[in-house]
Design a protein around this ligand. Structure first.
Ligand code: GLN
Length: 491
């Protein structure tokens, strides 16, 4: 095994035992990027010199036996929607192609304090809008298991980078599934924490009531460790929990004995690939063998999650993206070609027309329409009401169940180009994941087998702020099921 293939836990143990150095570990990831990323296009920026310098500093601290966080010296990649001071933050968009962040996001501050080695920024759908990473202004990312297929999206760069061992873990953002769906397509673990668990300060906002930052890791235990560093209160984000977050480092005991696991009925209904259903149901039997009580549960209004999401999300998008006006941030037609600009409206229109891609424009238009007077009550307000009904459905289910399960995505990773001209069919790939964002629940995707040679994921939902049970369930499963060991053949 090459050291860039290690999990966080194994890398941590080897670093502390003096078997490897952070310098070697970091260099092995950077070399891997150099050797294979031209095939995948997962990275938009790589910080080779900074990373190697920091790694040396951490090695010195380790040799002096300094008290360090368990993430110290371990390489991580960051989705290019999370601000890092002094580095470009493109959001996968032309309009921010040369925008340099002036401060660190709270999660970046936390990672830096923990001594994490940030090795680069990863490619994504423009402003995190998409399910395939084909909406990036900087070219699509490829799936490491099949270069003709998408890695999922919008955090496809982070997922492909972890799956192909170009880094030990990565961060992404999840507004409707952008961590879990690419994790499933790439055979890794992806976690969306409870809404309000992790600060959104410094995350370029897509839809503020749905966005959460979370980790991509090789194991569920690693996800619990990273979660413990990221989570917690933040005075810069008023939607962040004030209660202290739990600490799961070496402090989580797998086990599902006596736990009640609900299989969400609609997750196995129409429109879901038969082989995906079969494989996930087969895996559910393993929970029974581990002593869990598995039964079917209905979330009566689940089918409305997708339509609710596709009203609330674009509404918030249209409002959040109003700040990209050709004046305050990024690309401006005034600077680019002043002779073409007659008046202020021209600045707005021409800067946005040139700087933004089709999917972003589409969503701004839908959102602006849904929020306009006369339609606000019919669309936005109605969607918010249905959102409450869905929340109540889940609350009721969690009175009886500890965790709930569906496939993460309705199908395996699709071919590049297959859905790009059909937005509705692209939106349908979010059908399993959006409900967690609509309801604000935590959910994790874990590797659960292969269909037609491509990986699939199982999605586990937990109750509000009960990430603990999520991790306990996921870790119990992965102890006995090593799907993650089936690595992509990319050299
Ligand atoms: N694929 C979903 C969308 O296009 C989710 C995006 C996300 O989670 N950022 O909106």
């Amino acid at each position: 095994m090459n050291i860039n293939e290690l999990s966080i836990k194994l890398a941590y143990e080897k670093l502390r035992a003096g078997e490897i150095s952070s310098y070697e570990l970091t260099k092995s990831c950077l070399d891997r990027i150099e050797n294979i990323d031209h095939k995948l296009n997962a990275f938009l920026a790589v910080f080779r010199d900074d990373a190697l310098k920091q790694a040396k500093e951490i090695d010195e601290k380790i040799s002096k036996n300094e008290d360090l966080n368990y993430l110290a010296g371990i390489p991580v990649a960051i989705k290019d929607v999370i601000l890092m001071k002094g580095k470009k933050n493109t959001c996968g968009s032309k309009i921010l192609e040369n925008y340099v962040a002036s401060y660190d996001a709270t999660v970046i501050k936390k990672l830096k304090e923990a001594g994490a080695i940030i090795i680069g920024k990863t490619n994504c759908d423009e402003f995190a809008m998409g399910s395939s990473t084909e909406n990036s202004a900087f070219g699509s990312v490829k799936n490491p298991y099949d270069l003709e297929r998408v890695p999922g999206g919008s955090s496809g760069g982070s997922a492909a980078a972890v799956a192909s061992d170009q880094c030990i873990y990565a961060l992404g953002s999840d507004t409707g599934g952008s961590i879990r769906q690419p994790a499933a397509y790439c055979n890794i673990v992806g976690l969306k924490p409870t809404y309000g668990r992790v600060s959104r300060y410094g995350l370029s906002a897509m839809a503020s009531s749905l966005d959460q930052i979370g980790p991509f890791t090789k194991t569920a235990e690693d996800a619990a460790w990273v979660f413990s560093v990221l989570a917690g209160t933040d005075e810069n984000d008023s939607t962040c929990m004030t209660e202290a977050a739990p600490e799961f480092f070496n402090n989580i005991y797998p086990g599902v004995k006596g736990r009640k696991i609900g299989i969400i009925k609609q997750g196995f209904g129409e429109g879901i690939n038969e082989n995906v259903k079969k494989q996930i149901l087969k895996e559910m039997e393993k929970f029974e063998k581990l002593g869990a009580k598995v039964s079917e549960v209905e979330i009566p209004h689940l089918e409305y999650s997708l339509p609710v999401y596709y009203i609330i999300m674009p509404s918030e998008v249209s409002s959040n993206l109003a700040r990209f006006d050709g004046i305050r941030y990024g690309f401006s037609q005034v600077k680019h070609a002043p002779q073409d600009v007659k008046d202020l409206l021209d600045v707005y229109m021409k800067s946005r027309a040139k700087g933004m891609g089709d999917e972003v424009k589409r969503r701004i238009m839908i959102g602006t329409y849904a929020l306009s007077s006369g339609y606000y009550d019919a669309y936005y307000k109605k969607a918010q009401k249905v959102r409450t009904i869905i929340i109540n459905d889940f609350k009721k289910a969690f009175e009886k169940y500890d965790v709930l399960i569906t496939p993460t995505a309705p199908d395996i990773a699709f071919k590049l180009g297959e859905k790009i001209n059909d937005p509705l069919s692209m939106y349908l790939s979010d059908i399993m994941t959006v409900s967690a964002n609509v309801a604000g629940l935590p959910a994790i995707s874990i590797p659960s087998g292969f269909v037609n040679g491509m990986p699939i994921g199982m999605q586990i939902f937990g109750n509000y702020f009960d990430e603990k049970k999520l991790f306990e369930t996921a870790i119990s499963y992965e102890l006995y099921n090593k799907w993650r060991d089936v690595k992509p053949k990319i050299n």
